[in-house]
Design a binder for this molecule. Structure first.
Ligand code: UGA
Length: 444
């Protein structure tokens, strides 16, 4: 581990600190180190810092461990904020901002960082860069707080992250855009310089606009998903195929093909939280954001539609063995926050079903869903099942030898919650099969 501040002088890169070595902080720190900057990451979790110092990445993100190993000499992990402030000038804040009961974002961790920065002696050498998603207006409030605490020399910028879990490294290193909001252009210039090696489009703006770009982008993407899910539901009524419809829509350049995959609803630590926070933010200002209210409601209903499909085929769920395939909120992550699998599992248990499950990475759903029987293979989860539900389109699940599995099931029913399986092959393999937005009889 390098602990020598002086060594930084030999580097062309900047001296960067990252407060919070969670998902966003770690990806940001490692990627900035890969651009040639010296990065000190600080976390209050002693065990995590130890693991990181041992070269062990505590989260599942493809490519992260290798990139960290490659640029290890420019990375340092510490519990000490003093060490971070001594060794860095540009200080990213990447602590989490979970939702509160009212749907507002909980900024208590951000405020704790501010207290600590004051106590530890942040000064005019430092520019704080907010990476965490914070409600619009937070930057202005924090700027005022910094000034009131005599930290008026400390710079402040907003630089929202647009990282997708599972593809975070590529998203960081090949971004569609880098958005930087500042109060003083010289602070924004210093942040912009960090990203210069990427050659990416850089947008400079005010702090509130930068904060809003983040919320509006996530809300729009979530709207696209709820929209296509509703189209899928209508397709089921009228005999159209939503995948064909989405393809036809996506060819229009104004619409584009991305985020038009129907399914069992969006989950994860970002969309549900950010959509709720934007709705709440609007509401707090006296504006009823009707569209977002519907986006959220459609998403909740979408998660539950599978239950009715199962009931249609099995009559009752009482005593039935139902296998959930995939638990993470999407493939290539171990994250189950707000995952549709949680709602499905809970609903199935409440209906009296016996729930089995398999995920290539997630191996438990916690105490509240302790009734779910976790298997170490998809075949194990499906053995004796009255139905299998594809919840997360992990490649290994999609590519299962479905013909070989069928005889082990009590009834050969599969509901594909992600339209990831080939309907013709599933029907040929002898399954009773349903996707989302495609009528079984129209699948051939
Ligand atoms: C999302 C955004 O895509 C990132 O740009 C943003 O930075 C991030 O939130 C954040 O705010 O930090 P992420 O939550 O990792 O990233 O996941 P996505 O890949 O966007 O997927 C979100 C959910 O939408 C998943 O449950 C996925 O299955 C679902 N989805 C996505 C669909 O149902 N249909 C689609 O067409 C696309």
């Amino acid at each position: 581990m390098s602990a020598d501040t002086g060594a930084g002088e030999a580097d062309a890169g900047a001296r960067v600190g990252v407060i919070g070595a969670g998902y966003v902080g770690l990806v940001t720190g490692v990627c900035l180190a890969s651009l040639g900057h010296r990065v000190v990451l600080r976390d209050i979790d002693e065990a995590k810092v130890e693991r990181l110092n041992a070269g062990d990445v505590p989260i599942y993100e493809p490519g992260l461990e290798a990139l960290m190993a490659e640029h290890r000499e420019r990375l340092e992990f510490t519990e000490s904020l003093k060490r971070l402030l001594d060794a860095s000038e540009i200080v990213f804040i990447a602590v989490d901002t979970p939702p509160t009961y009212s749907g507002d974002a909980d900024l208590s961790r951000v405020h704790r960082v501010l207290d600590e920065l004051q106590a530890t002696g942040a000064d005019a050498r430092h520019v704080l860069v907010m990476k965490s998603t914070v409600p619009v207006g937070t930057g202005e409030r924090l700027r005022a707080e910094l000034d009131a605490r005599g930290l008026d020399g400390v710079g402040y910028c907003s630089n929202p992250e647009f990282l997708k879990e599972g593809a975070a490294i590529a998203d960081f290193l090949e971004p569609d855009r880098v958005v930087i909001g500042d109060f003083r252009p010289e602070d924004g210039d210093r942040v912009e310089a960090l990203y210069a090696p990427l050659g990416a489009p850089i947008m400079r703006t005010s702090v509130p606009s930068a904060e809003m770009v983040k919320y509006a982008s996530n809300a729009f993407l979530a709207t696209k998903i709820s929209f296509i899910n509703e189209i899928a539901n209508v397709c089921e009524e009228v005999g159209a195929d939503v995948d064909v419809v989405a393809e036809g829509m996506g060819l229009d350049k104004r619409i584009g093909p991305a985020f038009l995959r129907p399914g069992v609803g969006f989950g994860g630590s970002c969309f549900p939280k950010d959509v709720a926070a934007l709705k709440q933010l609007a509401g707090n200002s006296g504006y009823h954001f009707q569209l977002l209210t519907s986006v959220i409601e459609v998403n909740e209903l979408q998660k539950r539609r599978v239950i009715n499909k199962l009931k249609k085929h099995l009559e009752t769920l009482e005593g039935r063995r139902i296998a959930l395939l995939g638990l993470a909120f999407k493939p290539d992550t171990d994250d189950i926050r707000e995952a549709s699998s949680l709602v499905l599992a809970a609903r199935l248990l409440a209906e009296g079903a016996h729930v089995t499950a398999y995920d290539p990475v997630v191996n438990g759903l916690g105490e509240r869903l302790a009734g779910v029987e976790i298997h170490s293979s998809a075949e194990g989860a499906l053995a004796g099942a009255h139905a299998g539900v594809l919840v997360t389109e992990w490649r290994s699940i999609v590519e299962l030898d479905w013909s070989a599995v069928r005889p082990s099931m009590a009834t050969p029913l599969v509901i594909d919650g992600r339209n990831a399986l080939d309907p013709a092959s599933m029907l040929d393999a002898g399954y009773v099969f349903e996707g989302v937005g495609r009528l079984p009889e129209a699948l051939r």
